[in-house]
Design a binder for this molecule. Sequence first.
Ligand code: PGA
Length: 239
Amino acid sequence: MKLITVSDEEELSRIAADILFTKVKSAKRLVLGLATGKTPQGMYRYLSKYSKECKQTFQHIHTVNLDEYVGSTTYHAYMEEHLFRHIDIPRDQIHIPDGEAASLIEECSKYEQMIKELGGIDLQVLGIGENGHIGFNEPGTSFDARTHVVQLTDSTLKANAKYFVDSEQPKQAITMGIGTILESKEILLLAIGERKANAVKELFKGSLSEDIPATALINHPNVTVLADKGARKLLDKES
Ligand code: PGA
């Protein structure tokens, strides 16, 4: 795992967008795995800006999002607001789990099949939960898990309550599984702020533990962690 430390959220957002934009520019076809949450917002802002300034097309890009709440379109709306309405990606090349599907089990297997048919994910962007989750794979999830329905933990519900001011927060979500994520050719994990310091410390301890889902990434051959000073604070203490 490669660690890149940056000073703050702004720098992290710019560097993450640079990494993605370089691939968008050079690839003939690219499958990008995307994340939601507070962390990648700045990255999407820069990516939208670069795309506009450079008149860069996204016609050759396919996207696959990590997760969505059950009975909700929260992350569909998020992606539209922060990225999709700013770029020219064809609508049928955007994929986000359907949290309103009549059969959630069927939706999960369809999602897996769709990723397979796309030829897998070239670059997956991840955030990290305070509890070490990736996507919505909560502590205790098997590292082999495929796309599945999860019961969200209190820690995650509390951290994401801000998205549900007027409506009730769903307690379940569909998430790409850890096994699915690990099949991505390359992974870029973003961590901002002291709230993530403990999860980042656990990640760099080097021991695999299903209690800290992000540790599944330790054995992946191509992972870059971009962390700001706050997020790597506990690493500094130990080094
Ligand atoms: P955040 O969430 O970006 O809103 O902190 C990250 C995550 O839970 O994966």
